[in-house]
Ligand binder design. Structure first.
Ligand code: 5RP
Length: 230
């Protein structure tokens, strides 16, 4: 009789997908690297093949520090015209590859590096897969002067918005801006939603990634890594 598969922790699932993402890294090239606890697993795995790559373009100060500490050269995004692959996590991903991102406050740089990349490989544990985006609070990076205005606009759509705090103060992003987290939205048309909110004055980046959606998702499940393609 087969014994049941061991129940893997969320952390173990993150390690699985972080390691699985190595198959998308192109030898001799620069790889785009996202931000977050799942990406940290990928960075650790990337360090084992660091001699086979030229380096990385990073989406946050935190990822840059981790990459450099492991001896991986980090290039500025502006030094690189195009990347073959960008590996990043997500707070939510739907069955079309649209995502909500920004739980780690790095959404603006993540969207920039994703836009420079031919392929977006999302690495996530199974809890991130949703039918409709909007269950995780939607991060929006906002110029502080516009925060109250942006929050009122979300309230008018039926959402509840709050300024993200750190140590009792508004969190300041790597770009010197604030984050508004919005709950109570069902984002049924991610492309239109992203287009519309991106045009509001004072919005730097909305955390819906529909124009820069994932092409592949490596999903960590109890049965192992599942590959979803979009
Ligand atoms: C950071 C992000 C992350 O990719 C997202 O928050 C997922 O993080 P984690 O892998 O820690 O669950 O968008 O801005």
């Amino acid at each position: 009789m087969n014994s049941p598969a061991p129940v893997l922790s969320q952390d173990a699932l993150k390690t699985l997908v972080g390691e699985a993402a190595l198959q998308y890294v192109v030898p001799g090239e620069i790889v785009g690297v996202g931000t977050g606890s799942t990406v940290n697993k990928f960075i650790d795995a990337l360090a084992t093949i660091k001699d086979q790559i030229k380096g990385a373009v990073s989406s946050s100060v935190a990822s840059t520090e981790r990459l450099q500490a492991l001896g991986i050269k980090v290039f500025e995004a502006s030094e690189v015209e195009e990347l073959s692959v960008y590996i990043d996590g997500a707070d939510e991903i739907d069955h079309q590859g649209h995502m909500v991102k920004g739980g780690g406050a790095a959404l603006t740089r993540e969207k920039i590096v994703a836009a420079q990349s031919r392929k977006f490989v999302c690495i996530a544990d199974a809890s991130k897969l949703v039918q409709t985006l909007g269950q995780f609070p939607l991060p929006v990076e906002v110029i502080p002067m516009a925060t109250a205005h942006v929050m009122r606009r979300f309230a008018a759509m039926g959402g509840q918005a709050a300024v993200r705090q750190k140590n009792g103060q508004p969190l300041v992003t790597d770009n010197g801006q604030h984050i508004v987290d919005v709950t109570g939205l069902a984002i049924t048309d991610p492309l239109t939603f992203e287009t519309d909110v991106s045009q509001w004055p004072g919005v730097v980046t909305v955390g819906v990634f529909a124009h820069q959606k994932a092409h592949v998702c490596l999903l960590g499940t109890a049965e192992g890594v599942k590959t979803l393609t979009f």
